[in-house]
Structures are given as structure tokens and as C-alpha cells.
Design a protein around this ligand. Structure first.
Ligand SMILES: [Mg+2]
Length: 263
């Protein structure tokens, strides 16, 4: 486990004498043990008490950034005064219940509609059809005669690829969705700019703790600009974080350090 001394040294050297802290946290595997079913992943009472105190501390802005849906994250954590970014940050629920939802950029919408048009012109025939679901669509070929199916599907696949996207296989279908450049790191940046302005870096220090590859996106994006911890039992795990924490007990030690210093 990371020693208290190394936690203290890392926090002291990176946080310095800042007045404001943004404490962003993953939930599963970071605050609660990973369990067989998401409904069973419960935060230990000590962690919840500590996190509640931190969330109510005026110098700290607290957010959970989770792969869970935002409302689900809010209900399992169960603490007011925290901002919940769900689905890796695609949707955000603020403490006052206002919401943000990531909108697919116009150019991605156009790319999708260009592909649909090309498919309509060339391969929507012989029983094949397109089901449009907002920014995602499926090319269905279940009703296509077996003797021409393979050729038609290959043609559809090459049209989609030529126009820039990679289809995934569905049951008698090809599914296509925009390649979205949005992850936990973008969500964190959005939260910081929304709360503290574009020059947030001058007034607030970011701390992040996470245990997974989706957390590494954030750690990489804020490398050198934030205090980041990766929860991982293995000493050999590759991480962009500043310090590795071996267990959830170490996470609690970090939170205790912050409470003592800021609350
Ligand atoms: Mg996690």
C-alpha cells in the first residue's frame, strides 16, 4: 500500500497553498469495492461519512465522474451537494438538479446522414433497410435472399468504411455510430470551466482518483496540471497518474488528508 508518508509528500508538493480544490472521483473500484452486480457496490459507511463532510466543505467542489448513468450514480452515492457526471461524462446532474447532456457535433451528424444517403442509393434493396435511431443507425439485411446477402453486406460495409466510419456487427445488421471524442477528461474540463471559468487553473487545483482505463483518459489529459491517483493493486500497472494507491484504504487516507487540510 502507498504509505501515508508518500501520500502526504505527493499531496503537499502538488497542492501547495491553494485556496480552492476540485475533488473529482470515480465511484466503482475507487470509493466502493467492485462487486458482482452494480446494485451491490456499496460505499463503506466510513467513506460515505468522510465524503459527505468533504462535499459540504466550502473550499472543495466535489464531483463523481462514473461510467454509470448520472441518476444511478447519484442514487448509489446518495450525497447531496455533489455534481454527478454519468456515462463517462456524457450527462451531468448538478446539485440543484439542472442537467447537461453531450450533443453530437453537427459534422458527425452530417457524416451519418451522408452515409445513410449513399446506402439508400446503392444497397437499400432486396429487403435490406435502414433503421435510424437519432445519431445511430442500423442497416438491416435479415430479409435479403441468402444468395445475394453476402455480396450486398460487403458492399454496404465498404461504403460505410469509405465514408469514414467503422460498422459493428449486429444480428443480421450493421450498426453505425459517430466516433465521438469525448471522455472523462473532457467531462472534467467542462465541469472546471463551467464552475471556475476558462482560466480555472489559476484559482483551483484538481484532484482525481480512479481505478480504470477510462480514468486514464482524464489522468493523461491533465498530466502535470492535476494531482492524480490510480487505484491498482498491481505495482506494474501502466498509469499516467502521479501516484498509485494499492487499495480503497489508501483512498480513504487521501480523503482524510484533504479533510484535515481544507475543512
Ligand atoms: Mg472505476
Amino acid at each position: 500500500m502507498a504509505s501515508l508518508a508518500s501520500i502526504d509528500a505527493y499531496l503537499s508538493s502538488t497542492i501547495g497553498d491553494t485556496e480552492k480544490l476540485a475533488l473529482f472521483l470515480d465511484y466503482d473500484g475507487t470509493l466502493s469495492p467492485i462487486s458482482s452486480h452494480p446494485d451491490l457496490a456499496v460505499m463503506p459507511p466510513e467513506t460515505k461519512t468522510l465524503l459527505t463532510r468533504l462535499a459540504n466543505c466550502s473550499k472543495i467542489y466535489t464531483a463523481i465522474i462514473s461510467g454509470r448513468q448520472a441518476d444511478n450514480a447519484k442514487s448509489v452515492v446518495g450525497i447531496d451537494n455533489i455534481t454527478y457526471a454519468g456515462s463517462h461524462g456524457f450527462e451531468i446532474v448538478y446539485p440543484d438538479s439542472t442537467r447537461y447532456k453531450y450533443e453530437t457535433p453537427l459534422q458527425d451528424k452530417e457524416e451519418i446522414s451522408n452515409i445513410i444517403q449513399a446506402l439508400n442509393n446503392e444497397v437499400v434493396r432486396d429487403g435490406a433497410w435502414i433503421e435510424s435511431k437519432g445519431d445511430v443507425f442500423t442497416y438491416h439485411y435479415r430479409d435479403t435472399p441468402a444468395e445475394i446477402r453476402d455480396q450486398l453486406v460487403e458492399q454496404a460495409r465498404s461504403i460505410i468504411t469509405r465514408l469514414g466510419l467503422t460498422p459493428t456487427n449486429a444480428i443480421y445488421g450493421l450498426e453505425v455510430q459517430p466516433e465521438i471524442d469525448w471522455h472523462k477528461g473532457h467531462a472534467a474540463k467542462y465541469l472546471l470551466e463551467n464552475k471556475f471559468g476558462r482560466d480555472w487553473n489559476n484559482s483551483v487545483k484538481l484532484i482525481y482518483i480512479g481505478d480504470d482505463t477510462t480514468d486514464e483518459n482524464l489522468m493523461e489529459m491533465f498530466r502535470g496540471r492535476a494531482t492524480t491517483f490510480r487505484v491498482a493493486a498491481s505495482k506494474t500497472v501502466k498509469t499516467a497518474a502521479g501516484l498509485r494507491l494499492a487499495s480503497l484504504d489508501d483512498v480513504v487516507d487521501v480523503l482524510k488528508w484533504l479533510e484535515k487540510k481544507f475543512c
